[in-house]
Design a protein around this ligand. Structure first.
Ligand code: MSP
Length: 507
């Protein structure tokens, strides 16, 4: 077993409605990086799941005339089906109703209470029922509308246990001096609006509804969704149970921990979660990647705004690889992005059909035509495209290790463009006519290597097409490793078929 460990998490999503492509965005990013790290020799644990407690779910279940557990059981089926369709290969799907999670959360609460990191107090403030969040002034307009979901927040005052966040001001300031939160531009909002703006304690229990985890210390207090939800990242690994082998392996100094979230929940993950972890004596995540939103006509795509795009529809229409590619390439994490069918088709045609698909079919056709499907082995180490391929492998790795998916893919597409250009410039059909067999063989060999490189680097994204892309290059993709690619130790077999990969979509 390798000694490199990597733990990646997504938020656990509310089963208060169906998932949309905003949720698919985060989950695909996590899946891609998990596959990439595995390819690079890491032991990987990839966690996703569902956040099933709280008032909103309770209300939804009532509306559906179901017991809340029955209601969420039904919703989860759709979650899992969607992830399967999108080739999301998680190691655990945690549900906050899972018994081990419930036990773990109770223990976390008790430990923090005993240490006086949690105390009994009262909360008075504006509360957004739809987002299950007490709001600060900055999060509402003058009519107390929540800026995220546009619902009107209501006054709420109740006895509640509080997490002593204020005590951790210095700790948080120090934490924010490191670059654990990326991209950089999210930091100042957290510092200015929360950490350095009267950092308040956080209410962590409710007495006004039932659907949640009861604390051991009192009958009436239910753990508020965020303490319950955030804990999932460690209960999933066995925190507080007899079997905490995974915790020791994946939440340790010998493991790289990446947590991916959408920007609206950055506050919970960059402030309250680190406070909880510090209270529990655990390390901080190495990176919290907070990505932008998918917008529809400049508004956040969200269930409450009713402007969602169903991922099932786009997967059925364009295929899961196309969706995974669009998310990873066309939605750079530092900005907000958009989705529309037009944008999807344009990206697919430009990048997958015209650049990569076309390159594969041109080169494989020429190998079949000029060399009966198999090229003569020749030293390509001095050729332009071989050198560029090596640079691309290196740059792709550097960018992926910084979680810059879009830029990493851009380098691969750049190699594709270069290969296409080399074909135009060196006109293999003329070399054939002139009987320049050696030159032609060398040219096609470097093109073949560049394409194998492109295919291999895009493997974490183009999960379904990968093997076909490789077959079309005469390579058994399942047998190829990164090190054999780098060393150019690839065994080629005769290319026989003419498979069409990424057929252009009609506009
Ligand atoms: N249950 C909480 C998270 C608890 S994590 C300990 C929650 N759930 S949610 O169902 O509302 O999902 C929020 C997440 O969905 C965001 O963090 C983001 O990953 C994703 N997105 C939801 N809408 C989105 C967009 N319009 N654009 C991009 N991502 C979005 O919050």
């Amino acid at each position: 077993m390798s000694n490199k460990n990597f733990y990646v998490t997504t938020p656990i999503y509310y089963p208060s409605g169906n998932l949309h492509i905003g949720h698919a965005y985060t989950t695909v990013l996590a899946d891609v990086i998990a596959r990439y790290k595995k390819e690079n020799g890491y032991n990987v644990f990839f966690l996703t799941g569902s956040d099933e407690h709280g008032q909103k779910i309770e209300t939804k279940a009532k509306e559906a005339n179901l017991d809340p557990k029955k209601y969420v059981d039904g919703m989860i089926v759709g979650f899992k089906e969607l992830w399967k369709k999108l080739d999301i290969n998680f190691d655990r799907f945690i549900r906050t109703t899972d018994e081990d999670h419930v036990e773990g959360v109770k223990k976390i609460f008790t430990k923090l209470l005993k240490q006086d990191d949690i105390y009994l107090g009262e909360y008075v403030g504006k509360y957004c029922t739809s987002c299950e969040e007490f709001l600060t002034k900055e999060q509402m307009d003058e009519n107390f509308r929540h800026s995220v979901c546009k619902n009107i927040a209501k006054d709420l005052s109740e006895e509640t246990y509080m997490l002593r966040v204020s005590k951790y001001h210095k700790f948080l300031v120090k934490l924010f001096e490191t670059n654990f939160l990326i991209p950089e531009n999210r930091k100042s909002e957290m510092l200015n609006n929360f950490i350095n703006n009267n950092l308040e304690d956080l209410s962590v229990t409710r007495v006004t509804f039932d659907w949640g985890i009861k604390i051991n210390e009192s009958d009436k207090h239910i753990i508020y969704v965020w303490l319950d939800a955030l804990s999932n990242y460690i209960t999933a690994l066995g925190w507080g149970s007899d079997n905490d082998k995974l915790l020791k392996q994946f939440w340790s100094k010998d493991s790289e921990v990446l947590q991916i979230v959408g920007k609206e929940i950055t506050r919970f993950h960059s402030i309250y979660w680190p406070v909880m972890l510090e209270g529990l004596g655990l390390k901080m995540p190495d990176k919290l990647l907070s990505h932008g939103w998918i917008l529809v006509k400049n508004e956040k795509m969200s269930k409450s705004l009713g402007n969602v795009v169903d991922p099932n529809y786009i997967i059925n229409t364009y295929g899961s690889d196309a969706v995974r590619f669009y998310i990873s390439y066309n939605l750079p994490t530092e900005n907000d992005g958009s989705y529309s069918d037009e944008l999807m088709i344009e990206s697919f045609n430009t990048n997958l059909a015209n650049n990569i698909g076309n390159l594969i079919s041109r080169v494989s056709n020429m190998i079949i035509k000029y060399s009966d499907g198999l090229l003569n082995k020749v030293d390509i180490s001095k050729t332009e495209l071989f050198k560029e391929s090596q640079v691309t492998i290196k740059n792709f790795g550097i960018l992926m290790d910084e979680y810059k998916y879009s830029k990493a893919i851009e380098t691969v597409l750049g190699l594709g463009n270069l290969a296409n250009k080399l074909i135009e410039d060196s006109k293999p059909w003329d070399l054939d006519k002139q009987g320049k067999k050696k030159e032609l063989n060398l040219l096609l060999s470097q093109l073949q290597y560049a394409i194998v490189t492109i295919n291999f680097l895009l493997k974490p994204i183009l999960v379904k097409s990968y093997e076909t892309m490789m077959i079309q290059m005469g390579v058994d993709g399942s047998q190829l490793s990164l090190s054999s690619l780098v060393k150019n130790e690839i065994s080629f077999s005769k290319i026989k078929e003419k498979l069409i990969i990424f057929k252009r979509l009609a506009i």
